[in-house]
Design a protein around this ligand. Structure first.
Ligand SMILES: [Zn+2]
Ligand SMILES: [Zn+2]
Length: 178
C-alpha cells in the first residue's frame, strides 16, 4: 500500500511539514519553530487571530525564511499560504476590536456589537474590565498610564507574544480614548 504522504501545514505561513505540528490529536503542540516563517507552534499559531497577526507581520517584513538555506528555488509565499487550513486563514472581513485601555485586538468586541453593552471581560493584556476601567476616556487614560507605569505587564503572561510591541499595540486604542 502506498498511502499518499501526509503533510501538515504551518498555520502561520503554510509551509508543509512532515511531522504533525499539533500532534495526532491536533491539540498537542510540538513547540517547533517553523523553518520558514520562524514562528513557534503552540505559541504564535494558537488561535486564528494569532496566526493571522503573525502571518501579516511576516509578510509585511518581506516573507523571509527563518533559515534561508532551506528556501527552495522559485519559492513564492503567495502559493504557500494557500496550504493554510481554512479556519486559520480567518477571512480578512473578520473585525478585530481594540481594548480601549491597551489596544489589544480581539475578536470579541469589548463593548458589544453596538458599542453600548460591555462584555465585562478582563483584558488578558492590561487586565482591565470592559465596562469598568474603560467606561470613560478619562478612566481609560488613567488606567493605561497606571498599567504603563507598572511596566506594562500582561495580566495573563501566557498570552504575551515573545516579540510583543507595546507601542505598536497602543496605536490601536480608539482615538477618543487616547
Ligand atoms: Zn511557518
Ligand atoms: Zn487591554
Amino acid at each position: 500500500m502506498n498511502a499518499p504522504p501526509t503533510v501538515y501545514p504551518c498555520r502561520v505561513c503554510g509551509l508543509l511539514h512532515e511531522q504533525p505540528l499539533w500532534g495526532q490529536d491536533d491539540k498537542t503542540p510540538s513547540w517547533e519553530v517553523c523553518v520558514c516563517c520562524g514562528y513557534q507552534v503552540g505559541y504564535h499559531d494558537c488561535s486564528p487571530v494569532a496566526a493571522r497577526h503573525f502571518r501579516e507581520t511576516w509578510i509585511a517584513r518581506g516573507a523571509r525564511w527563518r533559515f534561508p538555506e532551506r528556501c527552495p528555488p522559485d519559492w513564492q509565499w503567495q502559493a504557500q499560504v494557500k496550504n493554510i487550513p481554512e479556519q486559520f486563514l480567518l477571512a480578512t472581513d473578520v473585525v478585530l476590536y481594540p481594548c480601549r485601555v491597551c489596544g489589544l485586538l480581539d475578536e470579541v468586541p469589548p463593548w458589544g456589537a453596538d458599542g453600548c453593552n460591555p462584555s465585562h471581560d478582563i483584558c488578558v493584556c492590561c487586565g482591565s474590565e470592559a465596562g469598568y476601567e474603560d467606561c470613560l476616556p478619562e478612566a481609560a487614560r488613567v488606567n493605561r498610564q497606571r498599567w504603563l507605569d507598572a511596566g506594562a505587564v500582561w495580566f495573563d503572561r501566557a498570552c504575551r507574544p515573545p516579540e510583543w510591541d507595546c507601542q505598536a499595540q497602543l496605536q490601536n486604542v480608539p482615538e477618543a480614548f487616547r
